[in-house]
Design a binder for this molecule. Structure first.
Ligand SMILES: Nc1ncnc2c1ncn2[C@@H]1O[C@H](COP(=O)(O)OP(=O)(O)OP(=O)(O)O)[C@@H](O)[C@H]1O
Length: 243
């Protein structure tokens, strides 16, 4: 059974600085939803709120996993991970001095994931043959594109139901951005995931999006019921797609 996320009217910020104001967003079962916005508009802050790394001061976040709804308010990040939610963080956050395989195994840090570690490792190597070839190489010595694949693989080691991906395009050459985005969609289909991806590369993100939201100064400025609706919006075409 597929899983979903519901964010209802959250405010959040850092100390006295309010970043998000009245943000509502849904990710329905099996969808790839993109949260689009340029730097500093609050994409990562939304992701941090879902993961319990930052507490909203108002509103509610809930997830439905395999038909059971959980309110995330008050849950720790580890409890949220245990529900079946994995994050591929911005900047990848790998352990550069550990090998590819060690990074993957560290992904399975929760007891539930540990029991399926062998199967999930085999899945990662099958999905990313390059990681299999380089399993003993130090993560920090891999190319940016390979590191992004490793970060994705590490998240999959948790066998998640919901995958959050924060700006996978950062620091990658355009051809690698396209490859990474395609890979996210391929993994989603093969693993039966629901995906929320924050991105500033509108063109690439809209290629795989079922739907999307544009965040501007911490507000949801546009919501598109399809990728085409977002791509057809005149303001989005002008300001973000350069058309
Ligand atoms: N730890 C923090 N303390 C104070 N302000 C922060 C902190 N993290 C982010 N901010 C501020 O919150 C705002 C939103 O940042 P956020 O990282 O959510 O944006 P973003 O859309 O994900 O962009 P980016 O691509 O730069 O990560 C920015 O003005 C940023 O300076």
């Amino acid at each position: 059974m597929a899983s979903s996320i519901r964010i209802e009217g959250i405010d959040a910020g850092y100390g006295a600085v309010r970043v998000l104001e009245d943000v509502s967003l849904d990710v329905n079962p099996g969808e790839t939803v993109v949260l689009l916005g340029t730097n500093g508009n609050g994409k990562s802050t939304v992701i941090k709120c879902i993961m319990g790394l930052l507490r909203p001061t108002k509103g509610r976040i809930s997830v439905t996993i395999d038909g059971v709804t959980h309110d995330l308010g008050g849950l720790s990040t580890v409890e949220i991970v245990d529900l079946g939610i994995a994050l591929v963080p911005e900047g990848r956050r790998l352990f550069p001095r550990l090998s590819v395989e060690e990074n993957l195994l560290l992904g399975a840090f929760r007891p539930t994931a540990r029991s399926a570690m062998k199967d999930n490792l085999a899945f990662c190597y099958e999905a990313f043959p390059r990681l299999a070839e380089r399993r003993r190489q130090l993560a920090g010595s891999m190319s940016g594109g390979e590191q992004q694949m490793l970060a994705l693989g590490r998240a999959l080691m948790l066998a998640p139901k919901l995958l959050l991906v924060d700006e996978p395009s950062v620091g990658l050459a355009p051809v690698l951005v396209a490859r990474t985005i395609d890979k996210i969609q391929e993994l989603k289909e093969r693993w039966g995931l629901t995906v929320l991806m924050a991105e500033q590369n509108f063109t690439q993100a809209l290629r795989i999006a079922d739907r999307g939201y544009v965040i501007v100064h911490g507000h949801i400025a546009f919501e598109g019921r399809s990728a085409a609706e977002l791509a057809d919006n005149e303001l989005i075409r002008k300001f973000y797609l350069g058309m």
